[in-house]
Design a protein. Sequence first.
Lengths: 227, 250
Amino acid sequence: MTRPGMWDALCGVVRRDLLLAMRRRSDAAMPVFFLVIVASLFPLGVGPEPAVLRTIGPGVLWVAALLACLLSLGRVFTADYLDGVLEQMVLIAQPLPVLVVGKVFAHWVIAGVPVVLLSPLLGLQFGLDGEAVAVLALSLLLGTPTLSMIGAIGAALVLGVRGSGLLVALLVLPLYVPVLIFGAGAVASSLAGVGAEANLSLLGACLVLSLFFAPWATAAALRIALE
Amino acid sequence: MGINWLKYSAPQAFYPLAGKLIPWFSVVAALAVAAGLYIGLLVAPTDFQQGESYRIIFVHVPAAWMSMFLYVVMALWAAFGMGLNARLSFMMAQAIAPTGAMFTFLALLTGAMWGKPTWGAWWVWDARLTSELILLFQYAGVMLLRTSIDDLRRADRASGVFALVGVVNIPIIYFSVKWWNTLHQGASVSMTAAPKMAATMLTAMLLMTFGFWMYSVAVILARSRCVILEREQLLSWNKPASMPDAVEVR
């Protein structure tokens, strides 16, 4: 009998989490609906001036995406923590950071990819032109995995703590600021005609850094939570 | 040289040592701050561009330095605590957080007071101001996470991990004036180049920094004594002197 390798473990975790999410589709869809509703509230609140909407659009859409990601963070580990699956994951003979990468990837597919796919539609609501919409989708494609990676650290730290929903927001939102600045900055600089390459490169750098460091920090936080 | 330093990693040995050191650090801090304020407010020349309002930097710059320095020290103590499994290290990390948050707030407050006459605005969304504000949120996060978790061991470790993750922000604050060419002026003092200010100004600033540093040590030692008393109140060494045989009575 051959022992399953690291790759099998990673794929297994991703498949399991996606399957669980598909069994409860409405749960997974809620943050996305939240994003659409929040993004639609701003034109109603600020007023339908196309020039104003175009100015605030990138920032509003990025903040909405950030909040939508935050809302779904509780689901990354909580259910597994409560029914004991997480404990088994810590115990099995595969490195915990690899399993964390699998869980975070699944979270991104459930919570991040719909945001990326919906963003052109929301961009049109704010009167962004074709190029800016493309940059918005690209910046979200590069930025949302970073949000999931950083968010997983916070989600692991507050596992089982009272008031964890609010606490994770207070911990994670300050760490989201660079991604927000570069993401909204990419769209804004494309609107200003300067070109978005610099901000997109910085977003990519954030993604690489968080891919490298966040799984270790998350694994350490999970071990602390399960002690 | 003959002193067993590891002995003081035990809270019951550290407690009296901290008690003996606090007055010394307090006196040095008071002297340095008094001298720094005297030179800064009375001796140092008026700035030809900014007039008298520049003098707030004698509080602002040392406070900003201490806010970053204390964060790194706090993260280091937390890392020691996790690596060496020493409970005093976590108590030190816990004692540092409020002082660091206070200096961060002081740096932001004095910056706003300086910005109003100089820039004409209390606050601008400049890279350095924003990253310093995030540092304040991080201090708040470390303290909130610690108080939200009831299990002491987990609270220590979880807030330690969060503090270590947040260290990413420290180089961003430090280099923000170099990386983003925004409103906040560049560094006036650096290790490699000659300082771009009069010698008396530099003396005052360094004296204030030294004073703030010594003040931090004194306050952190005092707070760590409180933390020790609070955490170890059930241990036998930590009984009130008035009832030395309290355990036997119970």
